[in-house]
Design a protein around this ligand. Sequence first.
Ligand code: 9MR
Length: 352
Amino acid sequence: MIHSPRRRRRVWSAVAAVATAGLAATTALVMSSGTAQAAETLGASAAESGRYFGAAVVPNLLNDGTYSSALDGDFNSVVAENAMKWDATEPNPGQFNFSGGDQIVDYAQARGMEVRGHTLVWHAQQPGWVQNLTGNDLRQAMLGHIDGVAGHWAGDIESWDVVNEAFEWDGSRRQSNLQQQLGDGWIEEAFRAARDADPNAKLCYNDFSTDGLNPKSDGIYDMVADFKARGVPIDCVGFQSHLGSNSDLSTYQANLQRFADLGVDVEITELDVGGSGGAQANVYRQVTEACMAVSRCTGITTWGITDAHSWRGDETPLLFDGNYQKKDAYYAVLDALNDGDSEPPPGDGGHV
Ligand code: 9MR
């Protein structure tokens, strides 16, 4: 298949990234009144250890000045909350619509931000025409979708969530249409197709409720170990991390580390924490510290920017409140990214 020529943009985005990073570093040095190294935005702080700090975004909101100011001010990576999913990108067989995703990629490249890809194959948000396919028709649809979408953005995407949420809590495979129609091999077929379509993107498996050593993360661990042993292309595992203030994170870091020890990167891909105040901030801090402690944890993405636009908005789970004010959780993350060297929040006597 001949894909549109987005690939050449990588060079320009790299130039822009260097320029932006340089500016950010200079600004941080000039503005910091405390320790010289503590950067003052999430993105710049993460970048100091070679990591990214990202947010899930919605194309329409990129035109909202308050939203885009918050995004530009603190984040150096974006992912489409919905715009790159199967229902959005291939509403009819072989007929692609890249408009929302293109808007996000263009926005990011103009600012030197990285782009994560989410998600090529998932049991949810499939267009109607896919839901009724069986056997080899479904296989061909899946492979054609991966070729079309990953091919279109080839060279633009840092890491793709190739397969999303294919496991159950007990570590068994989810009995989706993909699993039932295509059998166990469908996940590796998807990864091989993604590698062919975009050899430059890192390829991730992504899931939720994998926030520690548990039967579900065990099942995924076994799959990744098997892929690595047999040379199936996989580069990273995404830990969504949809959490609450009471989440038990006692084995969170150990879980990240055991995956990293298999030879894949790990990424926190959809972080949000229901709650408020210090309890919420503490969970955010623990997640950030865990990522910082695992050298192969390459970055953190929060599943949105502001509580005003969140899939679980009534739980106020994000770093900025509904009026775009930075919350305790924001300062906890910033401080953890700076290894405890951040300035305290305005009007606060000490660290969160
Ligand atoms: O945040 C997304 C929401 O706007 C959509 O309605 C929903 C549809 O299933 O998907 C949400 O994003 C999900 C993500 O793609 C995969 N992990 C769970 C996320 C929250 O449901």
